[in-house]
Design a binder for this molecule. Structure first.
Ligand SMILES: Cc1cc2nc3c(=O)[nH]c(=O)nc-3n(C[C@H](O)[C@H](O)[C@H](O)COP(=O)(O)OP(=O)(O)OC[C@H]3O[C@@H](n4cnc5c(N)ncnc54)[C@H](O)[C@@H]3O)c2cc1C
Length: 229
């Protein structure tokens, strides 16, 4: 179990893992690496008594996560009302094929964040957050793609949540069979899973002069994979 130091998130009742507590991680570097590799988070919130869990893009800036969307989005309106929210991020790293069905598992890295979101109203912070959101998808893109117009900015809401109440859970490695099962004559092992970019497909309306001008930040595209097994 992690200690409460500056390098670690403070463990709270809500972030204390109960099942497989040895897989708990509160180290900021571990949490940041998972958040920076992932594209999608799921935000859980309750609006008018109805629970929702909505997948959405996000970006981390130091100890904050940013989200964005239409000002008319129910999710963003609900989040900016100060409701409690829960954000989860999951990276799937492998299928763990044990000798028993019971011990069949998955390798994964997961982060869970509790807190309240705030709407970003400061124009400088909002602009910086939108840059982060684009750069999170593809670093380098903001140097080339057109920046948002004032009209687009007015149609876009940006929200932030502090990374204060945070846990990670990480399962890596081999099968964890019961000792007596190791003699069962069945294949066992791990099938690694990775998100692999394909060959970029030019837009049908791409200027023909640009057809062979794929930027170096597009090809080869890769995610940070410091922790992947
Ligand atoms: C990879 C990914 C990235 C995304 N990034 C963003 C983002 O950055 N910003 C953003 O605003 N949205 C993003 N979305 C879309 C997001 O999931 C929601 O669809 C959107 O925010 C809903 O806004 P809304 O207020 O119109 O929907 P709501 O009014 O909240 O939804 C109405 C109903 O539509 C259905 N619905 C809504 N979204 C989904 C969904 N994703 N899948 C299935 N059913 C759904 C549900 O039944 C819901 O009750 C992303 C989705 C994915 C999968």
């Amino acid at each position: 179990m992690a200690n409460e130091t500056a390098d670690q998130y403070t463990v709270t009742d809500r972030t204390t893992l109960k099942r497989y507590a040895k897989r708990a991680e509160y180290d900021r570097k571990v949490v940041h690496a998972i958040l920076d590799e992932a594209f999608v988070c799921h935000i859980g919130f309750v609006a008018d008594g109805q629970p929702f869990v909505i997948p959405t893009g996000f970006a981390r800036d130091n100890e904050q996560l940013y989200f964005h969307g239409s000002v008319g989005s129910r999710m963003l309106r609900a989040l900016s009302s100060g409701a409690d929210i829960c954000v989860t991020v999951t990276l799937l790293d492998g299928l763990v094929l044990a000798r028993s069905q019971f011990n069949t598992d998955m390798n994964y890295r997961c982060v869970l964040v509790f807190g309240k979101a705030r709407e970003v109203t400061d124009s400088e912070e909002k602009a910086a957050a939108l840059l982060k959101l684009t750069e999170h998808i593809i670093p380098g893109r903001t140097q080339h793609a057109r920046a948002a117009s004032d009209k687009e900015l007015s149609q876009t809401a940006v929200l932030a949540i502090d990374l204060t109440e945070v846990s990670a859970k990480v399962r890596m490695g081999n099968t964890n069979d019961d000792e007596e099962d190791y003699s069962i004559p069945v294949w066992a092992g791990v099938v690694p899973l990775k998100l692999t970019p394909g060959v970029p497909i030019p837009d049908p309306r791409l200027d023909s002069a640009l057809e062979n001008a794929i930027p170096e930040y597009v090809l080869p595209y890769h995610r940070p994979v410091e922790m992947a097994p």
